[in-house]
Design a protein around this ligand. Structure first.
Ligand code: ADP
Length: 624
């Protein structure tokens, strides 16, 4: 077949442009990425060989070879791994057929330090060859196949595919180096890069014509902990995690006994860009007796620990376990719960001993851990122990639920919380006033998932979670903290005046409110909205409406503060003649004002403007 020219997927083109033009800072990582791919290709073939030994009969030793062509100014990275046929080449090196591609490309900024990290995370590894190369050829022959193919591109929108010769299976990636990149033709430079970035790759890497390996070529997780340095852990983390940051936590452990396995897991110190992708997939690789099996077995790590990177190597599974059989393997179910326990124990230790370090973890991954509180009842207690939250009393610090419970006031029955979009917004909520005035701490919850775990948990330390924006406030048993707040306002309106005002407001507002009542939770503001105790929490309802899962918000309860000057005057006016006409605008303004405090759009903003203008006119007329 003659050579054929094909076009890159649009995202790849954009990516290549950024890769080729703005990633200068850590150029040598291209070699790490290509070696990593070569090693993965060997891993994948080794897995196939479990069921089809013929595939490697002619050439059973896996290896990676680097060849330098000084005259031709090119560097070739060759492996005898699984190889690719024509279709694989087009698919793997012409598209990014992965979920979240668009979102990923959209996040690229052109700021190379940020983009390098992103690109690593997304695993566009192969394309990094274009950082140093102005042309890349890939000649590959699939294990078990006869025909070889060459893929070639200069990275500018198109690539070609043509039939080729290759003696045996595997892939050779030839990078035609830009003039400025001659350093990658120096054997010493290559030795150093391999040692730095790929030492632990369990496949021997050699320079063409030399016998000595450039790397240690031992699977790092099989070594005793004392023999592994911090920088080796980091290097391995960068390899398995496609990462560039330092691991925040490294867990390296071996379990012996009923089930035997080794794990080497890392918690990143930077939040991966796809952490909140709806697929919620983890990135932990499963090995059996040092043979890579899959990085796509969902049941290995629960979604709420999906930030973990690393490997789990089981001694108990049969080597020829098929990926389908994994689903029902009791061994894996046990490994999974053991892994969860181990990780949570480590996290708890950090939380107790190094709270400041733990706070960094929590800022990155707290929202993900909270999914576990909701989804994994077995671990709920443990997860609640490490959960960190902010409150009206916590300032910028994070507190635990135990901290909260210890600080509860005498007579306080519930753990109070309020949920919303932002801390600043929540701190300004009128519904908090009565709690703050009584020194009662209220948790400020700003993650969407809070709307799910709190109702699922219901209680902590025998205290119920109670939203301050829902139902009655039950604050009458708790004394106000400083006497002034109560005194300063003097007498409120009489009960009958207040009752008349409430009746009038109900009549005027009709179905727009569920009820109107006096408030215990207000001290400074005149009005606020709360949800009826049988309805959804207001923030949850707003979230669901935004996502189109709820067509209308249920009417809320309007609470009024009889000690507020405005309400006082209105209550007095309410008992006078002609009040219902005079107070009609005021009723609507009160409700709209409460909506604005909630950050909600007004159903009729034109009417609001008109009423407000009228009210201002009257007040100006009154003062002149
Ligand atoms: P990633 O390695 O993260 O999947 P890459 O862009 O580096 O992303 O590679 C894309 C795909 O191309 C790989 O998933 C793999 O299927 C294929 N590939 C790359 N290099 C090789 C190789 N040396 N041998 C076989 N397949 C390869």
């Amino acid at each position: 077949m003659a050579e054929e020219t094909l076009t890159f997927q649009a995202e790849v083109s954009r990516l290549l442009h950024i890769v080729a033009n703005s990633l200068y800072s850590e150029k040598e990582i291209f070699l790490r990425e290509l070696v990593s791919n070569a090693s993965d290709a060997c891993d994948r073939l080794r897995y196939l060989v479990l069921t089809d030994p013929k595939l490697t009969e002619d050439d059973p030793e896996f290896r990676i070879t680097l060849s330098i062509d000084k005259k031709g100014r090119s560097l070739t990275i060759a492996d005898n791994g699984i190889g690719m046929d024509r279709e694989d080449l087009v698919e793997n090196l012409g598209t990014i057929a992965r979920s979240g591609t668009q979102a990923f490309v959209d996040q690229l900024t052109g700021d190379s330090s940020k983009d390098v990290a992103l690109i690593g995370q997304f695993g566009v590894g192969f394309y990094s060859a274009f950082i140093v190369g102005d042309r890349v050829d890939v000649t590959s022959r699939k294990a078990g196949g006869e025909q070889a193919w060459t893929w070639a591109s200069d990275g500018s929108g198109k690539f070609s595919i043509a039939e080729a010769e290759r003696d045996s299976r595997g892939t050779s990636v030839t990078v035609h180096l830009k003039k400025s990149e001659r350093e990658f033709l120096e054997p010493d430079r290559l030795r150093h890069i391999v040692k730095t970035y790929s030492d632990h790759i369990p496949i021997p890497i050699r320079l063409d014509g030399e016998d000595d390996k450039l790397n240690a070529a031992a699977a790092l997780w099989t070594l005793p902990r004392k023999d592994v340095s911090k920088s080796q852990y980091k290097e391995f983390y960068h390899h398995v995690g496609h990462a560039f940051d330092d691991p925040w936590l490294t867990i390296h452990a071996r379990a012996e006994g009923k089930i035997e396995y080794t794990l080497l897991l890392f918690v990143p110190s930077v939040r991966p860009f796809d952490l909140f992708h709806p697929e919620r997939r983890h990135r932990v690789k499963l090995y059996v007796k040092r043979v890579f099996i899959t990085d796509d077995y969902e049941g290995l790590v629960p979604p709420y620990l999906r930030f973990l990177r690393g490997v789990i190597d089981s001694e108990d599974l049969l080597l020829n376990v098929s990926r389908e059989l994994l689903q029902t393997s009791p061994v894996l179910t046990r490994i999974k719960s053991a892994v969860i326990r181990r990780v949570l124990t480590e996290l708890k230790k950090k939380a107790e001993k190094e709270p400041e370090e733990f706070a960094k973890f929590w800022e990155n991954f707290g929202a993900v851990i909270k999914e576990g509180i909701y989804e994994d009842p077995d671990q709920r207690e443990n997860l609640l122990k490490i959960a960190r939250l902010r409150s009206t009393a916590s300032g910028d610090e994070l507190i635990s639920l135990d901290n909260y419970v210890e600080r509860m006031k005498d007579g306080q029955e519930a753990i109070y919380y309020i949920s919303g979009e932002s801390l600043e917004g929540l701190r300004r909520s009128p519904q908090l006033e009565g709690f703050v005035a009584r020194g009662v701490e209220v948790l400020l919850l700003t993650d969407a998932v809070d709307e799910f775990w709190v109702p699922a948990v219901q209680q902590y330390a025998d205290k119920s979670f109670t939203s301050v924006t829902q139902g009655a406030a039950d604050l009458d048993k708790l004394p106000l903290q400083d006497g002034d707040a109560a005194e300063g306002d003097g007498e409120g309106p009489s009960d009958s005046q207040t009752a008349t005002l409430i009746a009038l407001l109900k009549q005027t507002l009709g179905d727009a409110v569920k009820d109107v009542r006096t408030s215990e939770r207000l001290t400074d503001s005149a009005v606020c909205l709360v949800a009826d105790e049988h309805d959804l929490d207001m923030h949850l309802a707003r979230m669901l409406k935004q996502q189109g899962q709820l067509s209308e918000l249920a009417p809320r309860v309007l609470e009024i503060n009889p000690k507020h000057g405005l309400i006082k005057s209105l209550a007095q006016r309410a008992t006078e003649k002609g009040a219902s006409d005079a107070l009609e605008d005021a009723a609507h303004l009160l409700l709209d004002q409460a909506r604005i405090a909630e950050g909600e759009p007004l159903p009729d903003s034109a009417a609001f403007s008109r009423r407000l203008a009228d009210a201002m006119m009257k007040s100006i007329a009154g003062t002149t």
